[in-house]
Design a protein around this ligand. Structure first.
Ligand SMILES: Nc1ncnc2c1ncn2[C@@H]1O[C@H](COP(=O)(O)OP(=O)(O)OP(=O)(O)O)[C@@H](O)[C@H]1O
Ligand SMILES: [Mg+2]
Length: 218
């Protein structure tokens, strides 16, 4: 479903130039949950942001559902992402001026989904936050915010979900609960997922683990 070929990415110029990804090859199959692990600074977040189309690789190909993202215009890529990708970050990245409900509604309304309200309500319910629907992110706890982010990421029933250490900003107990919820929802909807994690226990819950090391996947 997703094929990554010889993906390269560097940051900086001349002496301060860092080659982060030196030719990453990877295939993700439909319905697979893939754990991406590697040392701090190994380029996991960089890789995820390229896969999610948030940043451009220097070279290489990303092909999702037979569509080559490298050949797309900025405008087409934005539309393609909105239709196919869900993303959860370590920092929740909710829109601070919108309520929990409005945050979940946003991706559905962008796609002009007729059932947006029902879908958003039912997702908020499945993450246990119906009673916080009209609260702003600043009025939510970390765990609640991440549950809203999860509902938002899954709202469009994405072809693929990218998650970058989604429990990294939460205390251990809350983080574990959010991750249980994530795995439950992904299993229920058979969503394909790439999960960046430091946690071997979480990696074990995924159907496959790959290691990013020295700029490539072994
Ligand atoms: N915008 C940027 N400009 C310059 N260097 C960057 C930039 N983003 C990342 N880097 C560098 O690229 C390398 C990989 O960073 P990245 O955030 O992808 O690592 P990571 O594997 O996600 O690490 P962590 O586990 O700590 O989150 C690091 O050395 C980082 O300093
Ligand atoms: Mg990272």
């Amino acid at each position: 479903m997703m094929r990554i070929q010889n993906l390269k990415k560097s940051y900086g110029q001349s002496e301060s130039r860092v080659e982060v990804l030196k030719g990453v090859n990877l295939e993700v199959k439909r319905g697979e949950t893939l754990a991406l692990i590697g040392k701090s600074g190994s380029g996991k977040s960089t890789l995820l942001s390229l896969l999610a189309g948030l940043d451009q690789p220097d070279s290489g190909e990303i092909i999702l559902n037979d569509v080559n993202l490298s050949n797309m215009s900025e405008k087409d890529l934005t539309a393609f992402r909105a239709q196919n990708m869900g993303i959860v970050f370590q920092q929740f990245h909710l829109v601070s001026t919108l309520t929990a409900m409005e945050n979940v509604l946003l991706p559905l309304e962008l796609l002009k989904r007729k059932d947006a309200f029902d879908k958003a309500s039912s997702l908020l319910e499945s993450v246990g936050l119906s009673h916080r629907a009209h609260h702003l992110p600043s009025e939510l706890s970390g765990g609640e915010s991440q549950r809203v982010a999860l509902a938002r990421a899954l709202a469009i029933s994405p072809t693929i979900l990218f998650a970058d250490e989604p429990s990294g900003n939460l205390d251990e107990e809350t983080g574990a609960k959010v991750m249980d919820l994530l795995f439950q929802m992904v299993a229920k909807t058979s969503t394909t997922m790439v999960l960046v994690t430091h946690d071997p226990d979480l990696a074990r819950k995924c159907s496959r683990t790959v290691h990013l090391e020295h700029g490539s996947i072994l």
